[in-house]
Design a protein around this ligand. Structure first.
Ligand SMILES: Cc1ccc([C@@H]2N[C@@H](C)[C@@H](O)[C@H]2O)cc1
Length: 451
């Protein structure tokens, strides 16, 4: 192994209460909110199709012009309690809010910059209201923080001179102080989601990323940081020069999911995927006709897919400059919430079942139980659901989770191969079948069909 000072601090999954809770949450709401929500992807009457939170770059807006959007930030419809109620109904157990995105505008009155809500007509602390409202609904709050900062004069994309070093050191001190301020002033925050760490300037400062993780865990014991914060002694990111995952969970899946057949290695560590509703919009964009907009059922399948591989699914919402949500997002929250209200037990506190992926859908397994969930998206015209179990796992009975009394016919057709008989009909949402099993040896011959 290569000796490292700033590499991974431990190997394997954390098993403390804070991480167990993070893992059991499974479903989270990402919120991207900032000055970019005001123009919403349109500048001087021209619509820019690229991600709305990048409009400053897409439309080549001079910094002074972009930064003056602060004087227009006054979200008169913002109601943290209403946001939290919507999230509760949707079935999320955590929410991750952009405290500061690449534009550098801060949603809290930071004492280290004037470029914050304090300098806007709105004035009030948005993070405080959100943390209180979501925590009151029993929803954990995590903070997204962009290390990349287009506003701060000392930001550098690379270090090409002694002057760059001096300036960037000032920037890293600024960011360190902001992060300490966030962890200190919002002590119920459970995790920090770092972004904007891909530039050479940050990769050349692996020590700083190590020190940020160390400081946050001192200020807020149990707090969780994503792998995207971290660079090691040699600038390696996410996994260090020895291939060890840094931070507490892998955060490389952005707008994409691991393949349930070929990428099962991810089940060995904690990970989270974050996902947009349109193809690629994190901040509010006025015109969603510019790309495909995922339907509630597409997104629900991604949530189940993620849970089935032992990951967390962070679904993004982009509130408008006025502080309300667009209709498409409200509709998605309703449809997913209705399903979670009935079948959330197949998501919350569930994990990878260690079984081979089948065509009909995904398995999830309730932690510390012999309860296996089959979430069926592709209903079989044969009326038969194929199940292959690992050696030593024997299926006992199966029923629809909302018809526990009606046992389904479970037939063992070969060693560790079963067929579950179900009615052939058209469903308009995924169905959940609960299977009880026990560890034991099959008796080697094929038992007659059990009902
Ligand atoms: C090339 C690129 C840079 C930054 C991003 C940011 N990461 C996501 C989580 C959003 O914050 C997006 O703005 C996306 C793509």
């Amino acid at each position: 192994a290569i000796p490292l000072q700033y590499g991974a601090q431990y190997s394997g999954k954390r098993t403390d209460d804070a991480m167990n809770k993070w893992r059991s949450n499974r479903f989270g709401q990402f919120i991207h909110w900032g000055l970019y929500a005001i123009p919403g992807g349109v500048w001087n009457g021209k619509t820019y199709n690229y991600a709305a939170e990048f409009l400053k770059a897409s439309a080549n807006v001079p910094s002074a012009t972009w930064d003056s959007l602060m004087y227009q930030f006054n979200p008169v419809k913002f109601d943290a309690k209403q946001w939290a109620k919507m999230a509760k109904k949707m079935g999320v157990k955590y929410m991750t809010i952009t405290t500061k995105h690449h534009e550098g505008f801060c949603l809290w009155p930071s004492k280290y910059t004037d470029f914050s809500v304090a300098g806007s007509p709105y004035k009030k602390d948005i993070l405080k209201q959100l943390v209180e409202a979501y925590n009151a609904e029993g929803i954990d709050v995590n903070f997204y923080y962009s290390v990349l900062d287009w506003h701060h004069p000392d930001w550098r994309n690379d270090i090409k001179s002694p002057q760059d070093s001096v300036a960037f050191k000032r920037y890293l001190d600024f960011a360190y102080n902001q992060l300490k301020e966030l962890a200190t002033n919002y002590p119920t925050v459970k995790a920090f989601w770092f972004d904007g760490t891909w530039d050479n300037s940050v990769k050349k400062n692996g020590k700083w990323t190590y020190e940020v993780e160390k400081m946050l865990k001192e200020v807020s014991p149990g707090v969780i940081v994503n792998s995207r914060l971290r660079a090691d002694d040699y600038g390696k990111r996410h996994k260090d020069s020895n291939g060890q995952l840094m931070g507490d969970y892998e955060s490389g899946y952005e707008r994409r999911l691991p393949d349930p057949v070929t990428d099962t290695a991810v089940t060995r560590w904690d990970w989270e995927a974050c996902m947009t509703i349109p193809e690629n919009q994190w901040g509010y964009h006025k015109d969603w006709t510019v790309s495909h907009v995922k339907s509630p059922l597409e997104l629900l399948e991604m949530l189940v897919h993620t849970t089935s591989m032992g990951g967390n699914f962070l679904l993004n919402f982009g509130p408008t400059g006025n502080g309300d949500f667009r209709k498409e997002e409200l509709d998605i929250a309703t449809v997913i919430g209705n399903w979670m209200g009935k079948y959330g037990d197949a998501i919350w506190n569930c994990d990878y079942a260690g079984m081979k992926k089948e065509d009909w859908g995904y398995y999830t397994k309730k932690k510390n139980s012999n309860q296996l969930n089959m979430v069926v998206f592709n209903w079989p015209s044969s009326g038969l659901l194929k199940v292959r179990t690992p050696r030593g796992m024997v299926l006992d009975k199966a029923s629809f989770v909302d018809a526990k009394g009606n046992a389904l016919k479970v037939e063992e057709i070969a060693d560790n191969q079963y067929l579950i008989q179900v009615p052939v009909k058209l469903y308009t949402s995924p169905q959940v079948i609960q299977v009880d099993f026990h560890q034991g040896a099959t008796n080697g011959k094929y038992q007659k069909a059990k009902t």
